[in-house]
Structures are given as C-alpha cells and as structure tokens.
Design a protein around this ligand. Structure first.
Ligand code: SF4
Ligand code: SF4
Length: 204
C-alpha cells in the first residue's frame, strides 16, 4: 500500500472510529448501558495505546484547541506521568484521571472526544478479539456493563459483544500505510495518553 498523507490517514481513521461508535451504540443499547449517572469513571483506568496513527491524530486534535487549554492539558499530562511513576514505584497500578478529562475530578467529560483513542471507545461494552493464532480474547466491558450482562444472563439473554478483530485489522493496515516501511524499525508504541502528550507529536 502507498504511504498516505496525514490528511488521508486521519480521514480513514475517523471512518474506523465511526464504525466503532456505531457498534458500541448497538451493544450498549441492547443492554441499556448509559454513562449517565455512572458512579465511576473509566478515564481513571490505566491504559496504554499502541499506534503512531492514533498518537498523531490525538495531536491533530490537541493542535485545534486554544493555546491556554492545550497548555493546561500538557501540565496535567506531566502530573499524570509523575503520579503513575510513583504508583508503579510502590507496586501499585496507577489510578489517575486522564489529563484530557477536563471536568470536575471524577465525572468530567472528555476534552478531545472526537479524537479519543480506540480503547476509550471500546472499554464500556463486551467485546472480543480473535488473534492471528485463532485464540479468542474476551473483554467483559466496564463494571456497569458487567452488572447489566449478569442481569441479562439471569433473564436468559446474551449481551451483544462487539468483534474488535476487523477494526483492529483495519487499524493495523492503516498504521502501516501512515508510517510506511520504516514502521518495522521503529520502537513499539506503548504509551499512556499522558505520555503521548508529554512526548509531543510522534516523530518518524
Ligand atoms: S463506560 Fe462504564 S464505567 Fe465508563 S463512564 Fe460509562 S458506564 Fe461508567
Ligand atoms: S481520552 Fe477522553 S475518553 Fe479517553 S481516557 Fe482520556 S478523557 Fe477519557
């Protein structure tokens, strides 16, 4: 596949994200899952992300924000990285609010909703991935989803699960088309959103 311009790659990524959102909504609606009034917040969950294309698209979104907002986010990202480091030093898994969650601590909204990453989009609902070796890896969704799933099963109904496999396959192809042949020689991306912000846009 020919190397894509950032503009073309971002358009394709947005299309993959739209497919994800559509499937998320179907699965969430089937179980009446809503984030409204949730007593937890998945933006506190420690996640790492693994593609240059999503990293670059995140920065595409950050660059559209007012300078003062972006500056606040960059500072929050620095705090996040430090708090995560301290948590790991104590042998704990970090439980720190994502620097892009701009509301009150605990119940704020995503400050970069259109540019949020794949894991943010899939976390809530049951979903699964079939690996190239045929092994199926299942994700039960967030805590609220798991409660609703249990209630559905008790009532003899099976929750709808999103198949991440084709979405991931398309994301992997897009990553290759975005970065080009040098992808195989670049370091693997293994960053939290905060690290992606602190590091700046990906360089390759
Ligand atoms: S996805 Fe689940 S845990 Fe996250 S805010 Fe929505 S209901 Fe709460
Ligand atoms: S990018 Fe947005 S949705 Fe994802 S963890 Fe951060 S605030 Fe939450």
């Amino acid at each position: 596949m020919n190397k894509l311009t950032p503009k073309a790659a971002f358009r394709k990524l947005a299309a993959i994200y739209t497919r994800m959102s559509d499937q998320y909504v179907k699965a969430a609606d089937a179980m009446n899952l809503s984030c409204e009034g949730c007593t937890s917040n998945c933006c506190l969950t420690f996640f790492q992300h693994h593609t240059y294309i999503e990293w670059a698209y995140l920065w595409h979104g950050l660059n559209q924000l007012d300078e003062s907002v972006r500056q606040t986010i960059v500072e929050r990202a620095g705090d996040y990285v430090e708090q995560a480091r301290l948590a790991f030093a104590k042998g704990e898994r970090p439980h720190v609010m994502c620097p892009l969650n701009l509301g009150d601590e605990g119940q704020g909204r995503c400050g970069l909703y259109e540019h949020r990453l794949m894991i943010c989009r899939m976390h809530g609902v049951p979903n699964f991935l079939t690996r190239p070796d045929g092994r199926k890896v299942e994700f039960p969704g967030c805590w609220k989803c798991q409660e609703l799933s249990a209630a559905m099963r008790e009532a003899g109904r099976e929750p709808v699960a999103v198949d991440r496999t084709p979405l991931y396959a398309d994301l992997a192809k897009l990553e290759m088309a975005f970065v080009g042949r040098k992808l195989r020689n670049l370091p693997r991306v293994d960053h939290t959103i905060a690290e992606m912000i602190v590091l700046g846009p990906p360089k390759f």
